[in-house]
Design a protein around this ligand. Structure first.
Ligand SMILES: [Zn+2]
Length: 448
């Protein structure tokens, strides 16, 4: 198929998946999984559906490589589920209609991440149609359930059919944003999420005579202060890459590569660009943010109980033991009186990361240059939330957030689109993303 035909098919697929409304929960992703399978069938692509629960499933297809020793690549795991729309009235279009206007396709999921699903499916189908024979295997995997933790999607496929879907490399959502002229972010890893509920005890007594009675709210507020003043150890590994990629000044890079100077670099950066300072801060440590406080019952009763929910985000490799150890250190002599528990109902994840320099990363950079300008470069970042790539990294694959955006929207306009109002994707981004995946697969899977 010609590039124009392929772009047209990507648009149709994207609109169809927006209209399928696979809102998770409950997901009902089989609707879009079948849309993709029908699309594949119409192009002579064999594919298989694996149902993981009632109404939910994952779609798998493969182009066999000619050399079993050549590294393999997955286009995906790409998720077809989307988050709900809280209030359609705050959108300027119907979020479920798949409207095309002003050079964009609008709708829930257009950006997160149905546009990638559509591009990856169309590129895969065009490879099959042309009879592409890569050296390494090329796998396509569309999944359910990313928005609610991935247990019926990527995790389920890796647990139940690893021989099919585990590849050496994988590329999926959350990358390709322009961050500076000719500089595009790609995601090499993600931070972990480890929310804690701290519980404090006091003794109930009359509020008119507080002297000598332990008060849970007082302990909680002391704890909140100590947590906010605590400095977890600084790690420079992830920010050094970013500083190099962004072409920051030598002095700033020197500061960011020395653990003792990082706080100063962040302070200096905050004077110019608070957004950059936030990023540098989050990428150099575990962050601790005490955000929900509850305690006491009545104004005239001394507080017997209080809880503090703390949003803890870890760097790759920092596990639960690390989190608890540092929370106790932050609490100091209060620690023995505090019970540290999980915030119920929120899954904990340990972050992980893939190398920011390798032959594969070189192939990604080369693909971006072929699609844009010869001086374009990639800037490695860590995602501060969780995505399906962590499951691939957990089984030893190298997984990246990688696509390619045009310049219709600025970075500050792009990031709020995920789960936000007026979610949309430009036609130019569809074109570039399909092209960058095609070039990446062609370049990497035919390397000598
Ligand atoms: Zn997503």
């Amino acid at each position: 198929m010609s590039e124009e035909e392929r772009l047209d098919e990507i648009k149709q697929l994207l609109k169809a998946m927006i209209r399928n409304k696979c809102v998770n929960p409950p997901g009902n992703e089989l609707r879009s999984i079948r849309t993709l399978q029908d699309y594949f069938a119409a192009h002579g692509v064999e594919s298989q559906i694996f149902e993981s629960a009632e109404g939910r499933g994952n779609l798998y297809a493969r182009i066999e490589g000619t050399d079993p020793n050549h590294p393999s690549l997955t286009l995906g795991p790409c998720h077809v589920d989307v988050v709900p729309v809280e209030d359609p009235g705050t959108w300027t279009v119907d979020p479920w209609e798949g409207v095309e206007k002003d050079g964009f396709i609008w709708g829930r999921g257009a950006f997160d991440m149905l546009f990638i699903v559509a591009c990856q499916a169309a590129v895969f189908a065009s490879f099959v149609q042309e009879g592409f024979r890569p050296k390494g295997d090329l796998v396509f995997l569309a999944v359910s359930d990313e928005e609610a933790g991935g247990l019926f999607g990527t995790k389920w496929m890796l647990d139940n059919h690893p021989e099919l879907v585990k590849t050496d490399f994988a590329v999926t959502e959350s990358g390709g944003f322009p961050i500076a002229p000719s500089r595009y972010v790609f995601m090499v890893g993600e931070k972990g999420i480890n929310w804690k509920r701290l519980k404090f005890r006091g003794e109930e007594g009359h509020g008119s005579m507080p002297y000598g009675t332990p008060n849970a709210v007082l302990k909680m507020s002391q704890a909140a202060l100590r947590l906010s003043r605590y400095d977890p150890p600084v790690e420079t590994k992830f920010v050094g890459d970013l500083a190099r990629g962004l072409g920051l000044s030598r002095l700033t890079r020197f500061f960011l590569e020395n653990k003792s100077l990082v706080p100063l670099a962040i302070k200096l950066s905050a004077k110019k660009d608070i957004g950059m300072a936030k990023v540098l801060h989050a990428l150099t440590r575990m962050t601790i943010s005490p955000n929900v406080a509850r305690g006491g019952e009545k104004t005239n009763v001394i507080a017997g109980q209080a809880t503090l929910d703390v949003d803890v985000r870890t760097l790759p490799g920092q596990d639960d033991e690390y989190v608890v150890r540092h929370l106790k250190r932050a609490l100091g002599d209060l620690a023995p009186e505090v019970e540290i528990a999980k915030v119920p109902g929120v899954p904990t994840s340990v972050g992980n990361a893939s190398p920011s320099q390798s032959d594969f990363v070189d192939a990604m950079r080369e693909a971006v240059r072929q699609c844009t300008t010869p001086d374009a470069d990639l800037v490695p970042m860590l995602l501060t939330g969780a995505s399906d790539t962590r499951f691939y990294r957990d089984v030893g694959s190298q997984a990246y957030g990688f696509s390619l955006f045009d310049d219709r929207l600025k970075l500050a306009e792009i990031t709020p689109l995920a789960h936000g109002d007026d979610e949309r994707i430009s036609i130019g981004t569809l074109r570039l993303t399909a092209e960058v995946y095609e070039r990446l697969a062609r370049n990497f899977l035919t390397l000598p």
